[in-house]
Design a protein around this ligand. Sequence first.
Ligand SMILES: NC(=O)c1ccc[n+]([C@@H]2O[C@H](COP(=O)([O-])OP(=O)(O)OC[C@H]3O[C@@H](n4cnc5c(N)ncnc54)[C@H](OP(=O)(O)O)[C@@H]3O)[C@@H](O)[C@H]2O)c1
Length: 266
Amino acid sequence: MVDQQRSRIAVVGGRGKTGSAVCAALRVRGADAVALGRAELDELSAALRGCDAVYLIAPNLHPDEPAFVARLLRAAAAAHVRRVVYHSVSAPYAPAMPHHLGKAIAEDLVRRSGLDWSILQPCAYVENLLPGLRESSPRIAVAYDPDRLFGMIGLADVGAVAAEVLLDPAQIGATCELGGPRLVSVRDVVAAAERVLGTSVELVASSPEEWAAGPGARLATREREWLQAMFAYYDDFGLPTGSLAATAILGRPPRGLDEVLAAALG
Ligand SMILES: NC(=O)c1ccc[n+]([C@@H]2O[C@H](COP(=O)([O-])OP(=O)(O)OC[C@H]3O[C@@H](n4cnc5c(N)ncnc54)[C@H](OP(=O)(O)O)[C@@H]3O)[C@@H](O)[C@H]2O)c1
């Protein structure tokens, strides 16, 4: 067992939404979490020196995630950081979604890196739907079928699982899909938000094509196309994801919608 009091863990993307949850969970466990963002990545070897492990989160919709991951794996090896945990996604090998496919290719690089690796494959976070719920007239707007099923999981549980995996050598070689306690639809999230907020929540559902011609039109072409591809996949298949790995690692089921939303919305 790694000495958790003295473990120093670099978290690439550590100031983002995911990385903040991972850093917070590491600190709760007594580890020293070092958040690395764009500024620190210029001086990678210095940033990684003295770290026991690195948690690797690529930026959203990175144009070349395998190249981003390959550079970090090389830097980790050069800095003698043997332990790496890669933040992938549920169902990475989904060729219809370019950013998932980038993670599938990056997973292969991680497994062939020669380092002591683990891979986490989280489903969509419940928190993705929070911004509209904080408006004066709460709403959730999605560009896909609101009845499709997802294994949505709360970010605090994603962070807690990541910290456990980083600090437990028994997890070396593990690939863990991370879903919430049961499969839920966006309509279920609306119902949970209404219970938590005590008010009605508007559900606005459009098609991926309507989204691309509307709110998506202001995005750069590649980002719009990649997101439209993701919404089209969600529209057809959702993103079902199992909960067993998260339950086993946390020692309890992951938090459900009501609990995650209550914590976020007060
Ligand atoms: N949202 C979900 O439901 C979900 C589910 C599964 C997996 N994921 C994956 O989680 C990852 C990102 O999650 P997030 O929501 O935490 O993102 P985020 O809040 O946008 O944070 C991303 C971080 O990446 C850093 N960054 C941005 N551009 C960069 C660049 N060009 N080079 C290096 N670093 C850069 C930023 O660091 P600084 O600002 O400090 O420079 C930022 O802290 C993505 O890989 C995504 O696919 C998300």
